[in-house]
Design a protein around this ligand. Structure first.
Ligand code: TRP
Length: 447
């Protein structure tokens, strides 16, 4: 059998993992959820969930993926042969397909806006005009579908070159670039006159507006932002060498992701308040707020190009990680060549993506419990499928795998030495803490 593709260097693994975690989840979803869920209080609950839940789940996915060196179905089949555990893979595939379907629509918007920036279309600083522009984009029938297809094409292009020559190579260049760009925009935003109210909104909590719904939204966002619960980490981990540290990589990934989310908040909220835009604007927040800053600054058009380029980079390094879950599955379980696996995944995603894209235009009337198709995909995946997927991973590692195998992975076969309490704490958080908290929040939020 041909040697399985894999990551080449430690830095390569880290940027690929961080590239998956840092994405539209940080730059687009996080700011608008902070805005609609009341600011600092939401952020605190979110950070709590990242530490308490998303991180243990990340360890669990890592352990399963690296130990089995297989796709999300093959992994369970390898570690629990002749059991029904393999079916858990269905949750991961469903989650990956539903997320990438709406994600690629937003990815398309970023290309559309990059194009608008390049052709100097942001000449108004009137929030009304900018929100009109955003609405025109998302409600039209052809334009966003075309841009979504371009986004998927770019994703397929990177994936075609494989793990080391595709995913790793692109992430190595794009991630450092992304960090510099977003930091630059944040510094500019924080120094705007009137930025203070935005900073207060970000850092001064008001717990009076917190409901069970806030908890569920924060939980969904923690999973979404760290890319856990959809088999992404599991699939990437299957390409990671045994010598790499699971704890080190998971903590570094979570830290970079959180850092990016905070910087994104700093880049957006001060401007929202400085320009009198409503923080509860919803999914259009980034697309309406930032062109507004750009229109008012000298050389703003350059900033606009840089920013939308960053948004696109963030989105693409995440979308490749989601599609890789599906590609690895088709490739290894059905023996489909990589090219065909990519083509087949892209066809399915393009169909669902088109439905999501049209959900604010031609298919506007089609709603389920008052949510259009796009919102259904978003909420169903982030708030239900990801927690379920994460729950299954921690239950598998905590209750089905032997503790010794688990410790063997955490310590890279005994090579890495950690104090016993660290290893025990990690093991117990996988076995008891994470499953319990996910179950409670899930049940509370759904009732
Ligand atoms: N975490 C990415 C973001 O913040 C999106 C993402 C990639 C994702 N892979 C995932 C979300 C798996 C959930 C599950 O944009």
């Amino acid at each position: 059998m041909a040697k399985r593709d894999g990551f080449g260097s430690s830095f390569g693994v880290l940027v690929a993992m961080a590239g998956s975690a840092v994405g539209l989840g940080n730059l687009w979803r996080f700011p608008y959820l902070v805005g609609t869920n009341g600011g600092a209080a939401f952020i605190i609950i979110y950070l709590f969930f990242v530490l308490l839940l998303a991180l243990p789940i990340m360890y669990a996915e890592f352990i399963i993926g690296r130990r089995s060196q297989a796709n999300v179905f093959g992994a369970y089949k390898a570690l629990a042969p002749n059991t029904k555990w393999g079916y858990v893979g269905i949750i991961f595939l469903m989650a990956s397909v539903t997320i990438i379907s709406f994600y690629s629509v937003v990815g398309g918007w970023t290309i559309d806006y990059l194009f608008k920036a390049l052709t100097l279309q942001f000449d108004s600083s009137d929030p009304q005009v900018l929100s009109g522009m955003f609405n025109k984009v998302v409600t039209s029938d052809i334009e966003p579908v075309c841009f979504m297809l371009i986004f998927l094409g770019a994703t397929a292009f990177i994936l075609l070159s494989g793990v080391k020559e595709g995913i790793e190579k692109y992430a190595k260049v794009m991630m450092p670039l992304l960090f510099l760009i977003v930091l630059f925009i944040a510094v500019r935003a924080v120094t705007l006159p009137g930025a203070g109210a935005g900073l207060e909104f970000l850092f001064k909590p008001d717990f009076s507006k917190v409901t069970a719904g806030t908890f569920l939204a924060a939980l969904g966002q923690a999973f979404f932002s760290l890319s856990v619960g959809a088999g992404t980490i599991m699939t990437y981990a299957s390409y990671v060498a045994k010598r790499e540290s699971i704890i080190g990589l998971s903590v570094q990934t979570a830290l970079s992701d959180t850092l990016f989310a905070i910087i994104a908040g700093l880049a957006i909220m001060p401007a929202v308040f400085a320009f009198g835009i409503s923080p509860g604007e919803g999914p259009g927040l980034v697309f309406i707020t930032l062109p507004n800053i750009f229109a008012q600054l000298p050389f703003g058009y350059v900033l606009a190009i840089i920013f939308f380029l960053a948004l696109f980079i963030a989105a693409i390094t995440s979308s490749i990680s989601m599609v890789e879950v599906i590609v690895a599955y088709l490739n290894e379980e059905f023996g489909l060549g990589r090219r065909w696996a990519i083509l087949l995944s892209m066809t399915v995603i393009a169909i669902f993506g088109t439905l999501c894209s049209l959900s604010q235009g031609a298919l506007k009337e089609f709603t389920i419990f008052g949510n259009n198709i796009f919102d259904c995909f978003d909420k169903f995946s982030a708030n239900i499928l990801l927690p379920l997927g994460g729950l299954s991973a921690v239950i598998f590692v905590g209750w089905r795998m032997a503790k010794s195998d688990c410790v063997d992975e955490i310590t890279s076969g005994g090579v890495r030495k950690y104090p016993a309490f660290v290893v025990n704490f990690i093991y117990l958080s996988i076995k008891y803490l994470a499953p319990l908290v996910v179950a409670v929040v899930l049940v509370q939020g759904l009732l």
